[in-house]
Design a protein around this ligand. Structure first.
Ligand SMILES: O=C(O)COP(=O)(O)O
Length: 234
């Protein structure tokens, strides 16, 4: 029997991969837009704006001529306070995702979260939406970490003691695929999140997956412990 190379750890992106947060982002940022007499945006607009961290999302939501650092920082602080109180609302765990996390956890595959959501809010979401999943590492955005900088993925590899070639990053945007490539690890692009399949293809991820059943199958074929057969023994 051939030996399959396989993953001992999976790094998941959060928004658009495990959690559909478009509803809560739309709700809060439109509140801020209204408060400032700026035009609001549709959920489809926010789908495009999201992915590069909240500061970028807010900047893109403000009309161009009002995009000043002082105002952006003010709205960012207001966003943080509102999100802290509302992160459980207008948000769903994508179908099938909990099952996959459970199965990986029972197979002793290490699990990590790497998000461009602020670190404290990433931890709150992980605790609330995945109370039975023990992530071995959680890294949200901070002064130290911001995807597509590979530092988060590299530090996860180091702290979990998993070599880069036995780690895979699962994400839904170009930022995630670039992060994996920058770190030198495999990438899986999922198409149920915030970007279209045709946009993800252009980034050449190692694999494109369209639904959680296929992701589950993929993992069951790619996360076995490597076993040596007789012909490999000297
Ligand atoms: O907040 C964002 O920009 C996106 O967060 P994510 O990295 O979990 O997708």
């Amino acid at each position: 029997m051939s030996i399959k190379k396989k993953y001992k750890g999976v790094i998941f992106d959060l928004d658009g991969t495990l959690l559909n947060t478009l509803g809560v982002y739309t709700h809060i940022i439109n509140m801020l837009m209204k408060k400032n007499n700026f035009p609001t945006h549709t959920i489809e607009n926010y789908r495009e704006f999201i992915g590069n961290g909240t500061k970028n999302l807010i900047t893109r939501s403000i009309p161009e001529k009002y995009r000043e650092e002082k105002l952006i920082d003010k709205l960012l602080n207001e966003f943080r306070l509102l999100y802290e109180n509302m992160y459980t609302q207008h948000t769903e765990v994508y179908i099938g995702v909990l099952d996959i996390l459970d199965e990986l956890q029972s197979s002793e595959i290490k699990l990590a979260l790497l998000s461009n959501k602020f670190h404290d809010l990433t931890c709150k979401c992980a605790n609330h939406f995945f109370p039975n999943i023990k992530f071995d590492a959680i890294i949200g955005q901070s002064d130290l970490y911001k995807k597509p900088d590979p530092k988060g993925a590299l530090d996860i590899s180091h702290s979990l003691k998993i070599p880069l070639d036995q780690l895979v990053l699962v994400g839904d945007t170009e930022v995630d695929i670039r992060t994996a490539k920058n770190a030198g690890i495999d990438s899986i692009a999922v198409t149920w999140g915030f970007r279209k399949e045709e946009d993800l293809i252009t980034l050449s991820p190692d694999c494109i997956i369209k639904n959680s059943n296929d992701l589950k199958k993929y993992f069951s074929n790619h996360t076995e412990i490597i076993r040596f057969t007789d012909e490999n023994c000297v």
